[in-house]
Write a protein that binds this ligand. Structure first.
Ligand code: ADP
Ligand code: ZN
Length: 744
């Protein structure tokens, strides 16, 4: 151990008996998965030999906890209070790279290191010892009665490998009884096999695709990155359907050939089995999956086997970033611009950015793939911090859809409806041709606001500053911020008037209602995250759509991404202006990305396809650029705006969210924070201001926004500032959001 004063074992005394020395025995710092910044000190029993990174079990209060032996100084503890390590766990230690990642993320996000550790140790059960499988070793003793079944078995086992009972019977094509009979005859000695892998090993040479010239060029560059075995980050920028996945599969193959491991982050992975099937098709085996829909037992085994270095490829959501790989050679961040990479609770981190950090630490290749890379990533590529490779056209003959705006001022929908006659005509043509139409509206439920025509009363959440969204199908009013649900009402709770309540604006349910009325014979499927039935149902619906079992698909965000619907040739965006109106500096970029992605669902299987955007402001730069397919000019302009405002990535931002159950408490604390802000050149502080979502879950929220120059250590600045002010008490809470992407 590195710390001074440690490792003073009891020594042999003059007469052979043990003498206790007065110096302390070995003490180690242990990082535990609890909200603490620093490791705790524990005493190591004499007969235990611990190294940095070892997983151990220790007492913690009245319970026990699993932690990791950390490096650095031990915190001083009165000898009487010093407690002993209970047990060293039987598994490979945490790598130095992983420990660096934990410390790095904690420092950067101003989170307690223990909370980052909690994300790493997400399934502590994985650290329990897993029994090996009893196995058979052929011992070449002569057999007295030979049968053809036994001969089959012998032909397999003669090379002396170790077999499981079941594996052997399956491979030999004989019944379990045959194997058991041979065991009774004494043909086998007992052996042990490691527990079976959750997935078979992928084969890099199983079924490579033949790449087009442009694809091959991109693949070659990525393969080169993998081969250099050092950090390199490459942006894979390709329009929807250009074959990004096919291309990065070749980088995965190169990594596997080196015997190294691959992590693929994909925000949609829980939803779609298409990716899994494509992977299996290419590599002859499935990758391991990591997301919330994977059962706990499965995650437990997956984690353990990754920690043992036995799993080669994992595809997962955000949280897969913290899996304990042993020899990582490649990290792929698919849909790198996706905002779901940002976690906005407990530890506020962006998995895309932290993936690049992990790539640095692990000295491995990183690929950021997207059809619409984020401005941050584009600027990094423009400035040479990342490399870039471009796929400029769709694979094969497939064309991108032609895009048109529908000016809703000129072609308004019928009264009380939301689809323009222009859109309806296109949809009719599509359905008549036996193809599918898709309508996109990023709003769940029936209507975002319910209002009393009599007194003007609006239904609002009692815990949040937000309107209640009507879900007509479930007959409820829901808050999409805190989950509050109440029954829909017949009369106005404020003036008591009957039949005066009106739904304002559309959600997907309302669009579905209108669609069914307009297209009475069409088969309509609605996809939204709150339709019930969970991920299973969604997957089934997605498969049904791909098979042509629907004419019109209506959906939220869920249908925008990743899915491959070969029959869709017409996409209608019900409200292309939604999302442009808020004060978010990334609003235009988001809209561009979303619309590119949504309209990109059309025409993936070749043939003519069309995307129609309903808008009241067709001249808005984001819409104009989408329609003219002038991505370059749009991003140039956006990047220029960002640069002039010193917004990310040309400057840095951090948000402090101060909340409490009493609004005054939150306000006073934020004012105090502001007054005691440290002076630093180029740092600007805005606020405190009431958050746009002032009340959430019964807590009142204020925001401070800190803006700094680009090469400024914002995390260190925030830490120094927050360390110097009185600690929060009572219901007060301060959340730090470095590099915020939402401002509500
Ligand atoms: P992206 O990820 O860029 O949207 P995909 O990798 O999903 O693109 O490719 C789009 C479609 O084209 C997929 O069905 C894929 O199988 C097919 N495809 C792309 N490139 C090739 C290739 N070189 N050989 C065979 N099929 C390809
Ligand atoms: Zn609420």
């Amino acid at each position: 151990m590195s710390q001074p004063g440690a490792n003073h074992k009891a020594q042999e005394g003059l007469f052979g008996q043990e003498v206790e020395l007065s110096v302390p025995k070995q003490i180690v710092p242990v990082l535990l998965p609890i909200p603490m910044d620093e490791p705790y000190s524990y005493q190591v029993p004499d007969d235990m030999d611990l190294k940095i990174g070892d997983f151990i079990k220790v007492p913690l209060g009245a319970r026990t906890a699993i932690g990791v032996v950390w490096d650095g100084e031990c915190e001083a503890v009165a000898p009487k209070k010093l407690r002993q390590v209970i047990e060293q766990l039987y598994c490979p230690p945490m790598s130095e790279e992983m420990r660096k990642l934990v410390d790095w993320v904690a420092d950067y996000t101003l989170s307690p290191a223990g909370m980052v550790m909690r994300m790493v140790l997400s399934v502590p059960e994985a650290l329990a010892y897993e029994e090996p499988v009893p196995a058979l070793v052929y011992n070449h003793k002569p057999i007295d009665r030979m049968t053809s079944a036994r001969e089959k078995v012998l032909s397999i086992v003669k090379d002396g490998e170790i077999w499981s009972r079941k594996g052997l019977s399956e491979l030999a094509g004989v019944s379990m009884g045959v194997i058991d009979g041979m065991i009774e005859q004494g043909c086998f000695d007992q052996g042990e096999l490691p527990p079976p892998l959750v997935v078979a090993d992928p084969d890099p040479n199983h079924a490579p695709s033949i790449l087009e010239a442009e694809q091959q060029e991109a693949a070659d560059q990525l393969i080169e990155d993998v081969k250099t075995k050092d950090f390199a980050c490459t942006v894979l920028h390709g329009v929807t359907g250009s074959g990004k996945t096919e291309v990065y599969f070749e980088a995965i193959a190169a990594c596997l050939r080196q015997g190294k491991e691959v992590l693929i982050l994909n925000p949609e992975i829980a939803l779609t089995s298409v990716f899994m099937d494509r992977f299996e098709h290419r590599f002859g085996a499935y990758p391991a999956q990591w997301h919330s829909a994977v059962s706990k037992k499965k995650r437990e085994r997956t984690w353990r086997q990754i920690n043992e270095g036995r799993i080669k490829v994992v595809v997962g959501a955000r949280s897969a970033l913290f899996l304990p790989f042993k020899n990582l050679g490649l990290i792929i961040v698919d849909e790198e611009h996706d905002t779901s990479y940002k976690q906005e609770e407990k530890v506020f981190y962006n998995a895309r950015d932290m993936a690049v950090v992990r790539g640095h630490i692990e000295k491995c290749a990183v690929i950021l793939a997207s059809a619409t890379p984020s401005i941050e990533t584009r600027v990094n590529a423009n400035h040479g911090r990342y490399q870039k490779t471009v796929l400029s056209k769709r694979y094969s003959e497939a064309q991108l859809p032609s895009l048109k705006a529908i000016d809703m001022r000129k072609f308004p929908p019928a009264r009380g409806e939301f689809l323009s006659p222009k859109l309806i005509i296109e949809m009719k043509k599509t359905i008549a041709a036996g193809e599918q139409a898709m309508l996109f509206l990023n709003r769940r439920g029936y209507a975002p606001l319910t209002l009393c025509r009599g007194c003007g009363h609006r239904f609002e959440c009692e815990n949040c500053s937000a309107w209640l969204v009507e879900h007509r199908y479930k007959k409820t009013l829901n808050c999409h911020h805190c989950g509050h649900v109440q029954k829909t009402e017949e009369s106005c709770p404020s003036c008591g008037a009957l039949d005066h309540l009106v739904a304002c604006g559309p959600g997907v349910e309302r669009i579905a209602e209108e669609t069914s009325k307009t297209f009475p014979d069409a088969r309509v499927i609605v996809l939204s995250s709150d339709m019930g039935g969970g991920i299973k149902r969604l997957r089934m619906e997605l498969e049904a759509i791909a098979k042509g079992e629907a004419d019109i698909i209506i959906g939220t965000q869920l249908i925008a991404k990743g899915h491959n619907f070969p029959l869709i040739t017409c996409v209608g965006v019900v409200d292309a202006d939604l999302g442009l109106a808020n004060g978010d500096p990334r609003a235009a970029e988001r809209t561009f990305q979303l619309l590119a992605q949504v309209t990109g669902r059309a025409g993936r299987a070749g043939g003519d396809a069309i995307g129609l955007l309903q808008t009241y402001s067709p001249e808005h730069p984001a819409l104009d650029a989408i329609i003219k397919k002038d991505e370059e000019r749009f991003y140039e302009r956006e990047i220029d705006l960002r640069e002039r405002a010193a917004l990310p990535p040309f400057g840095r931002l951090a948000a402090l969210i101060i909340s409490a159950e009493q609004p005054r408490l939150a306000q006073e604390y934020s004012t105090m924070l502001r007054q005691r802000a440290l002076n630093a050149e180029g740092v600007r502080i805005m606020g405190p201001a009431e958050a746009p979502l002032f009340q959430v879950r019964g807590r009142y929220r204020y925001r401070l926004l800190v803006q700094s120059p680009k090469n400024f250590n914002l995390s260190a600045y925030l830490k120094a500032w927050l360390d110097a002010v009185p600690k929060v008490r009572g219901s007060l809470r301060v959340q730090v959001d470095v590099d915020p992407i939402s401002f509500n």
